[in-house]
Design a protein around this ligand. Sequence first.
Ligand code: HEM
Length: 453
Amino acid sequence: MRTAQQPATRHWRHAVAPGGLPLAGHALLMARKPLQFLASLPAHGDLVELRLGPRPVYLPCHPELIQQVLVNARVYDTGGPVKEKAKPILGNGLITSDWADHRRQRRLVQPAFHTARIAKYAEVMERECEAESTAWTARRPIDVSHEMLALTARVTARALFSTNMAPHAVAEIQHCLPIVVEGAYRQAIDPTGLLAKLPLAANRRFDDALARLNQLIDRMIDDYRASDDGDRGDVLSALFAAQDDETGGTMSDQEIHDQVMTLLLAGIETTASALTWAWFLLGRNPRAEAALHAEVDEVLGGRAPAYADVPRLAYTQRVFSEALRLFPPAWLFTRTTTETTELGGRRLPPASDVLISPYVLHRDPALFPRPESFDPDRWLPERAKEVTRGSYLPFGGGSRKCIGDVFGMTEATLALAAIAGRWRMRPIPGTKIRPRPQMSLTAGPLRMIPEPR
Ligand code: HEM
């Protein structure tokens, strides 16, 4: 296994990805089978160069090189064509802001994710997870993907806006978000940039859904301004109250709007996808499923889970961590160099694109023995300390590490425990699932049968 501590003089292996075509480079391989193609690259080198059309892009495959990219956020900034296409959707929030402004924004948004506030959001999670787990009919098949998306949309919407407009917000978000996520992804991978301008029905649906989400957020902001409730304990209140320690500045309504849109797009589908994969994996691994049931029965004794139970639901958390390893929702993200720099002994000119793929890292046999096997006990404390530092990155790393990591882990732990307390999720024989590498690494529809326990 690789060690994080390497001598300063270490020799990094560079490679050009095989299979490139004269003009398209590796664009076709990336379009057809991105997961298989990317996961084959660490065998060739620590830093692999590929070409998407005429542009070279770099995939660091060694955890140490990936850390260098993630911690040096000034030189490896978010940028490039993907970010430019995201701006009309997300505005200028945490995901789209440049390095310098990101630091200010992060200082302002971070308090909304403070532990004390997560405890408050957990009340929403408890209620919604309980409602989800009591809504199903015994032995009537459900689409797990659909249910998990509906659940995380309700949790996130109600944690963001705890007003009496919440039911309306939930319905709007559930309708609009999947359309916006799908459209944003289509635009992100369109190399011509022309697709979004064509008079297609899909584009009209996307424009309509985005306009409705924007209106919803504006209404929530107006409603907050018009009332004098003070701190409602929701994310929106924390964003209004935020004051920058360094400058004393606060956020304008437009800035708050952009942060809310960013949180909706970053927080709902990611958590839902990982939960769906967790159910899929449990359905194929009866021993892990039995261990989950045993823990939930012991800790909860038949009652619904509460925030205070989360630390004792250790196996449940390991199940989710392992689902995040095998199917990291953020399977690929990018950085762009702002100046000439050197990575693994290779000179990168300004505006070089660097790909970070947790999926590739998490399935590298040099980092995770038997990477394909679902083994939640990899994350037992005594075994987890053997895992090479920097090789597990479901939430990214450095100053742009996911701000919702604790929120997402808490929500997923409560959801798994609430549902596993009541139901055994039986797979439907013959169901075939292939990971869909889109904005998140989704499973697509996944039908399973809830059987009372
Ligand atoms: C299991 C669920 C989740 C996963 C796997 C996940 C993954 C990630 C990753 C990998 C990044 C870093 C991307 C990069 O470096 O370019 C990120 C950023 C972010 N995530 Fe999450 N996320 C999850 C849940 C959430 C939730 C629940 C929220 C909010 C409620 C959220 C909000 C954000 C935001 C705002 C950012 C940008 C942070 C910044 O740049 O400062 N995420 N997420």
